[in-house]
Design a binder for this molecule. Structure first.
Ligand SMILES: N[C@@H](CCC(=O)N[C@@H](CS)C(=O)NCC(=O)O)C(=O)O
Length: 214
């Protein structure tokens, strides 16, 4: 009996929990849905959406933010110091704000979606990436919550890798070239031994963009 992560067969909102469990050496299985199979599972999910973490005893936990924090606490990737934890949460919520900008674009017709995503990148999204660049640029050799890797470093890594994976058709895969601090941080986390090992085993599809820079 092990944990199960219910999601689609893509990185998306489940990737950070997968990384955390993998780095922490905590066994888990992926339960994948397709657009054809999800409607049957949807009513069984606590809030009708995934990701959902299933505990070995069958309990279910929804919301990626809750799943990431719970698994990070199990894996020693959630800071014990209250201020360090608040710094990690602060950066995590900045990413949530950034990702929320794109939510209304996903179901637009292709051309409108591309245009809307380009407008986000030139406007509010640029502001958020600027704030994140400043935050990461001031870390030196460290991590967001101090001198130790925490869940939020993985959230930043996963968000930035997804952003330039080609999944966002309005976002150029070269975007991080405009943000050297983001590019350097993404690459630094991609080279963390546990992260690198995960993508050596899981490199299919969008995950090609999660590997270290060549
Ligand atoms: N705030 C939730 C959002 C979850 C969410 O939007 N899940 C999407 C996939 S990324 C989903 O389940 N979509 C299918 C549906 O809503 O029927 C979280 O972070 O877990």
């Amino acid at each position: 009996m092990s944990y199960k992560i219910h999601y689609f067969p893509v990185p998306g909102r489940a990737e950070v929990a997968r990384l955390i469990l993998s780095i922490g050496g905590i066994p888990y299985e992926d339960v994948h849905y397709t657009h054809a199979t999800f409607p049957e599972a949807k009513p069984k999910m606590p809030f009708g959406q995934v990701p959902v973490l299933e505990f070995p005893d069958g309990k279910l936990l929804a919301q990626s933010g809750a799943i990431n924090r719970y698994t990070a606490k199990l894996a020693g990737l959630y800071p014990e110091d209250p201020l360090k934890a608040a710094r990690a949460d602060e950066a995590d919520f900045l990413l949530v704000d950034f990702m929320d900008l794109f939510s209304p674009t996903w179901f637009l017709p292709r051309e409108e979606k591309i245009k809307a995503q380009q407008e986000i990148l030139a406007g509010k999204g640029k502001d958020k990436l600027g704030f994140l660049s400043k935050l990461l640029g001031n870390l030196g050799e460290g991590y967001v919550a101090g001198d130790k890797l925490s869940f939020v470093d993985l959230t930043i890594f996963s968000t930035l890798s997804s952003l330039v994976s080609g999944m966002y058709e309005g976002v150029p895969t070269t975007l991080l070239g405009e943000y050297p601090a983001l590019k350097a941080f993404r690459n630094k986390i991609a080279n963390e031994p546990g992260v690198k090992a995960f993508y050596e085993k899981n490199s299919e599809g969008l995950r090609a963009a999660f590997k270290p820079d060549v």
